[in-house]
Structure formats: structure tokens, C-alpha cells
Write a protein that binds this ligand. Structure first.
Ligand SMILES: [Fe+2]
Ligand SMILES: [Fe+2]
Length: 270
């Protein structure tokens, strides 16, 4: 599906500063080849919130032809600089990536809401802050009804099997409120594992489809499943195409897509 669809490229967990250098140019070329209307980045743009790392991440994003929008992750706030972590945790991110930690975009019949889930009091976990969820619910309730509403959020609101860490404080309480207010999709990262539509199967529907992003570039030992995803939205239909990194020669290439459809407020895998 492309004709008439609105195409997002979902990148996550770039981890500049600990990036796989050999994947950077292939990632750039693959995103350019996908020709998205918008690139969305769900956090952990850098490894240690250092200036040079932010500059490298920003340079990568600014090379892209498409516009981009991002939210911070837990790695985008200082870890070892305790004063910086507690007193001005987002100073580097704001200066080099985006002053707005919760940016929004309207793109044809898509509304994209970014919310910051990074939390200086937890080195790995995140938080769905009550005030942010209240504001989002208000905007969803008062906004247009014939749109697809998408939340960009670093930490997973729903944790896939094998990752039940309870790391996102407030998520359990927020989810039913967001569903009732009209949220349709969550794009998240943090787990460094791709999962196209959490808990949505042919037999099981859900009002919110969470697309869990892989890490695009992280070079940490043991990271093997690099990738990103292409999302084509067309009315109530969504096609999620994973683009994993492939070896020899290194490149990102499309894998078989997952097709979802929304009817009566519930997503189903086709
Ligand atoms: Fe990460
Ligand atoms: Fe993270």
C-alpha cells in the first residue's frame, strides 16, 4: 500500500556515541529510499547525553529529506553527571535536538502527539506523567474524530512477553483513559526489539495498536536485531513493514509486512 497512504518511518534508539558506525550510512540510504512523509524518532537518540553525541544525532536527522519529530529517552539525559541529571536533565536535548520535549504534528488525517517519558529519578525506567496524560486525553476528546491519533513515547506502554519489567510508571492507569479518549496507535522504543502490533492478532482485537521499535544503530554488545519500520496509514488501514539490517553487504531491507485494520474502534491483524 502506498498510493494515497501517509507514510511514516519509525526510528528508535539510535544511541549515537555507541552507534554501529557501519550501519549509519545504510540507515540513511534506506530511510531516503522509503520516501516517508515524516520520520518519527522514539527516543534514546544518544548514548550518554554528551554534546558531541547530540550533534551527531542532529546531523543525521537533518541530512534526511523528510521532516522529523522526536521525543527523548532515558539515555538522552545525563547518567553520571548527577547535578546535570537532577537540575537540568534535558538541557542538551533541548539545545541540540528540540526545545519541545512533547512536540505534535498534523499530517493529513494523522495526528501525532509526542510525550516525554524520560525521568531523571530512574536510570532506565520511564513515566507517563499524569499532567501529560490529562492534556493528551483533553486534546483527543476535543479534536477531530475522522483522524488516526498516534502517540510517540519512548518507554513501552504495554510490555511484550519476556519484558514484563513494569518500567513505565503510570502506563497501566493511562492506557484505558487513552483508549477511551480516542488514541489509536502508540509508537515506542526502549526495548531494542521490534514487535509490530502488541497483543493484536487475528483472533484478538485492541483499541490501541502499539508498534514497538527495534534499535536502529545501538552498538552495545549483544545487539543483533537492528532495524526500523515503515508505517503506511490509509484511513482505518495500517501496513507495518519491518526493515531489519541485513549482512553482506550491510544494508536495511524490507521484510514481509503486517497488515492491520481498525473497525468499530478495534484493531485486528488481517
Ligand atoms: Fe535504547
Ligand atoms: Fe531507553
Amino acid at each position: 500500500m502506498r498510493a494515497g497512504a501517509t507514510r511514516l518511518v519509525h526510528l528508535s534508539d539510535l544511541h549515537f556515541g555507541l552507534e554501529r558506525a557501519d550501519l549509519v550510512q545504510p540507515l540513511f540510504e534506506a530511510v531516503e529510499a522509503a520516501g516517508p512523509d515524516l520520520v518519527v524518532v522514539s527516543g534514546d537518540l544518544v548514548q550518554r547525553a554528551r554534546k558531541a553525541q547530540f550533534i551527531a544525532a542532529r546531523r543525521f536527522l537533518d541530512r534526511l529529506t523528510a521532516p522529523w519529530v522526536a521525543v527523548p529517552g532515558n539515555h538522552d539525559i545525563p547518567l553520571f553527571n548527577l547535578a546535570g541529571r537532577l537540575l537540568w536533565p534535558f538541557a542538551g536535548y533541548r539545545r541540540h535536538i528540540c526545545a519541545d520535549l512533547s512536540p505534535g504534528r498534523r499530517l493529513r488525517d494523522l495526528r501525532i502527539f509526542g510525550i516525554n517519558s524520560a525521568w531523571p529519578l530512574s536510570w532506565r525506567g520511564g513515566i507517563a506523567r499524569r499532567a501529560d496524560i490529562d492534556r493528551l486525553c483533553r486534546e483527543l476528546t476535543e479534536g477531530a474524530k475522522d483522524v488516526t491519533n498516534i502517540l510517540l513515547f519512548h518507554h513501552p506502554m504495554q510490555e511484550p512477553p519476556g519484558f514484563e519489567r513494569g518500567e513505565t510508571i503510570g502506563a497501566e492507569a493511562a492506557l484505558p483513559r487513552l483508549a477511551a479518549a480516542g488514541l489509536h496507535v502508540i509508537l515506542s522504543g526502549h526495548l531494542h526489539r521490534f514487535d509490530p502490533g502488541l497483543f493484536v492478532t487475528r483472533d484478538r482485537t485492541r483499541p490501541i495498536l502499539q508498534v514497538q521499535g527495534a534499535t536502529a544503530l545501538c552498538g552495545r554488545a549483544g545487539e543483533t536485531a537492528h532495524g526500523f519500520a515503515i508505517l503506511d496509514f490509509d484511513g482505518p488501514h495500517l501496513v507495518v513493514t519491518p526493515c531489519p539490517a541485513l549482512d553482506g553487504p550491510v544494508r536495511f531491507g524490507p521484510a514481509p509486512p503486517f497488515r492491520y485494520s481498525r473497525a468499530e474502534g478495534e484493531w485486528r491483524l488481517l
